[in-house]
Design a binder for this molecule. Structure first.
Ligand code: ZN
Length: 264
């Protein structure tokens, strides 16, 4: 077991103890977890802090890690992700009905680092939705698309409906409708799982939209792009790539040559 009190620079607090309440600021304590859980949690949170439009939170809230219950929690290998605070603003998992896209953005990042993510739509054996107030995440299944895994299908259907606008019933069973929804957004879940999750997080958090055609410049730049090629400054390929230092040197010298009047 490893012990810790924060996750990638953010204080971790327990909000289910006596004297605290769900969605409060929680109780500071020393947490224990299996090393592999902590490693995955660090990676997931590092990415999440970077992607959140508000940046790194001030408090991360958990419903528990090591616990006397069946399954992965008994080994300290599961984490219940309740929510977080940014100063005086907070997001909790049970805000899902009001902030569906944002919820899905967080979920997509968690799914990149954990094979098992159980979300709001999960129904237990007694017919109760007992994960409305947190995501349960663990490593007991490999990361990737599992069409036979109920929690995985539920999460994917949630994203397809709430981020990508596909008409779907979120029931956890993979069939023609879910396959059609993936096809409609140009994703083969088996091949493109990480791409699916990355694009979901981009979209959910409002990052730049994916460029439709990699060989065509954006509309706002088309005129200048054509002119730069005409003048021989650029070769007219790869309009959306970033510039390397050597490319910059070549273009800068071409410009300088054009600006310098011929000697004599
Ligand atoms: Zn759990």
């Amino acid at each position: 077991m490893v012990e810790f009190t924060s996750v990638v620079g953010v204080p971790l607090r327990y909000d289910r103890a006596t004297g605290t309440s769900y969605g409060g600021k929680g109780l500071a304590m020393k947490f224990s977890a299996a090393p592999q859980l902590k490693t995955a949690l660090d990676k997931a949170c590092a990415e999440l802090w970077q992607r959140l439009p508000e940046g790194r939170p001030s408090i991360l809230l958990t419903g528990g890690i090591l616990a006397e219950k069946a399954g992965e929690h008994a080994k300290g290998a599961a984490f219940d992700f309740d929510g977080f605070w940014h100063g005086e603003r907070r997001f909790m998992a049970d805000d899902y009905p009001q902030r569906k896209a944002y919820y899905c953005g967080i979920q997509a990042v968690l799914m990149k680092h954990f094979g098992v993510v159980i979300n709001w739509h999960w129904v237990n054996r007694r017919g109760q939705q007992d994960h409305k107030d947190h995501w349960h995440i663990d490593l007991s299944a490999p990361i990737g698309w599992r069409p036979g895994g109920k929690s995985c299908v539920l999460c994917a259907q949630t994203i397809l409906r709430d981020v990508w606008g596909q008409a779907l019933t979120i029931d956890g069973s993979y069939g023609a409708k879910t396959a059609g929804a993936f096809a409609a957004i140009g994703i083969d879940p088996k091949e493109d799982w990480m791409k699916f999750l990355d694009r979901t997080a981009d979209r959910a958090f409002g990052a730049a939209p994916v460029v439709a055609d990699p060989d065509k410049p954006s509309a706002w730049a088309a005129e200048d792009w054509a002119r730069a090629e005409e003048l021989g400054l650029l070769d007219g390929t790869r309009p959306h790539d970033t510039v390397t230092r050597e490319e910059l040197a070549v273009v800068a010298l071409r410009l300088l040559d054009k600006a310098t009047p011929p000697a004599g």
